[in-house]
Ligand binder design. Structure first.
Ligand code: AMP
Length: 143
């Protein structure tokens, strides 16, 4: 299973936010869209960072409600680990496990092409395992 195939079913939509927006605005979007992370992009759509619900919680835990007025750029992770459409979903899972994060943006020829979340990985892994189990049951039933 490749990243490209996952995006084909899930879609290429990406929710982004500009770096000068506030954490309060970011929290509003995360809550409204029921997602866990926003990609931070510049004027040309270039990837500048990622802000997840963990960053929000960390900022508020450390600085209190005042953090909600801070710029997204202050609390985002600027060094973002990305993948490509041709990558295998298993490799994305390894990136998530090693990096201890649940979101991996997809870059195609230097442009943002989608986002894989841990939910997407789990959903496809479960589907694969169920298909393998069915094949095994069918094989045993035939024997
Ligand atoms: P998450 O588990 O995705 O909510 O993120 C946990 C932490 O890792 C947060 O500080 C995020 O900003 C950061 N993070 C999330 N995704 C990535 C990524 N692909 N590359 C680097 N850092 C990330």
């Amino acid at each position: 299973m490749t990243v490209q195939r996952v995006l084909a079913t899930k879609g290429h939509d990406i929710l982004t936010i500009q770096p000068h927006r506030t954490l309060a605005e970011a929290a509003g979007v995360l809550g409204e869209k029921r997602i866990g992370a926003l990609l931070v992009t510049g004027a040309q759509g270039e990837l500048l960072g990622i802000l997840s619900e963990r960053d929000l919680v960390r900022a508020i835990g450390k600085e209190g409600a005042a953090a909600l007025a801070h710029a997204v750029s202050k609390h985002m992770t600027a060094k973002v680990v990305t993948t490509t459409p041709a990558a295998k979903l298993d490799d994305v899972m390894v990136l998530m496990t090693q990096g201890r994060f649940r979101h991996v943006p997809v870059m195609n020829n230097g442009k943002l092409a989608g986002l894989i979340s841990i939910g997407d990985v789990v959903k496809h892994r479960v589907a694969d395992i169920e298909a393998d189990a069915k094949a095994l049951r069918d094989y045993i039933a035939m024997a």
